[in-house]
Ligand binder design. Structure first.
Ligand code: NAD
Length: 291
């Protein structure tokens, strides 16, 4: 079992660190929030006073932070100077592809191996240890990171070189944002045409309109498996996080001149939703604006 530094014990990182402790690792946990540190202690981690205390002597340093600027500052202020040679650096946050590549290059310059390993699956999957990880980095770095990621997830995919994990994540979530809006539009239209939502689900979930948004995350209450729609759109994948991922996708598309008209429209619609009642709702709650 290994000594692991875990930095960023929020909604996602808290459960992930707990699963590493459950697997028998010595987890040195750090977060700016005392509440997060207290929870980590209850989950079997050793809370420490700063990032450096977590990093020193660790075989792996895992970060789960809000955005690229947090990752860059924790790496620049603490990790590069205090990680020992041979340590694997694993960033599980969802951040922009450029920052992920820049951080990985800086790690190489410091003689350290790094991977970007963003996740698919929300807070429930983080707590249950059933996340999917999409990993960017060299084959050697991937082999070092994989056993730790396996203790926190059900599936670990090597997507390619540094930045490929973040690219896979934002492209996947661009599909999700667009298909959720299309699904909401179709259910709203079906309702107006007098079609029973359950009957439409029975058809669409086994026909060519099928997608994860239809079948596994239906935005209409009482239809399909239990989803946030059944709890008035509470919990689940927060609409502001969907907007964050769509903005990252648009930024990345701009940087390589990719044409993404559906992604751009999805980003606009989520901007409007989040500026209003969507700020505190699951992303499928966007159906409220389409009815
Ligand atoms: P969160 O805001 O709940 O947690 C982030 C934590 O980082 C907070 O506890 C904060 O105090 C801590 N933090 C910030 N700066 C720090 C620093 N310098 N040093 C130490 N700790 C610091 O966010 P979250 O929901 O856990 O999301 C984390 C990442 O995972 C984000 O990039 C998000 O986009 C991604 N993600 C989230 C979900 C989800 O459903 N919540 C799903 C997939 C991916």
């Amino acid at each position: 079992m290994a000594r692991i530094a875990f930095i960023g014990l929020g909604n996602m990182g808290g459960g992930m660190a707990a699963n590493l402790a459950k697997a028998g690792h010595d987890v040195r946990a750090f977060d700016l929030s005392q509440d997060a540190l207290d929870k980590a202690k209850k989950a079997g981690c050793l809370p420490v006073n700063d990032a450096i205390a977590a990093i020193e002597g660790a075989e792996a340093v895992i970060t789960m932070l809000p955005a690229g600027k947090h990752v860059e500052s924790v790496y620049g202020d603490s990790i590069f100077e205090h990680a020992e040679p041979g340590t694997i650096l694993i960033d599980c946050s969802t951040i922009d592809v450029d920052t992920a590549r820049r951080v990985a290059q800086a790690a190489t310059d410091h003689g350290l191996a790094a991977v970007d390993a963003p996740v698919s699956g929300g807070i429930a999957a983080a707590n249950a240890g059933t996340l999917t990880f999409m990993v960017g980095g060299s084959a050697t770095a991937f082999d070092k990171a994989e056993p730790f990621l396996s203790d926190m997830g059900k599936s670990v995919i090597h997507a390619g070189a540094n930045g490929a994990g973040q690219a896979a994540k934002i492209c996947n979530n661009m599909i999700l944002g667009a298909t959720m809006i299309a699904t909401c539009e179709a259910f709203a239209l079906a309702e107006k045409l007098g079609l029973d939502p359950q009957k439409f689900y029975d058809v669409a979930s086994v026909s060519s309109g099928q997608s994860w948004s239809v079948t596994s995350y239906c935005p209409v209450p009482g239809v399909g498996p239990e989803t946030p729609a059944d709890r008035d759109y509470q919990g689940g994948f927060a609409a502001p996080l969907m907007l964050k991922d769509l903005r990252l996708a648009m930024e990345a598309a701009g940087s390589v001149n990719a044409r993404t008209p559906m992604g751009a429209r999805a980003a606009e619609l989520y901007e409007t939703f989040v500026a209003g009642e969507g700020a505190g709702l699951d992303f499928s709650g966007i159906i409220k604006t389409l009815r």
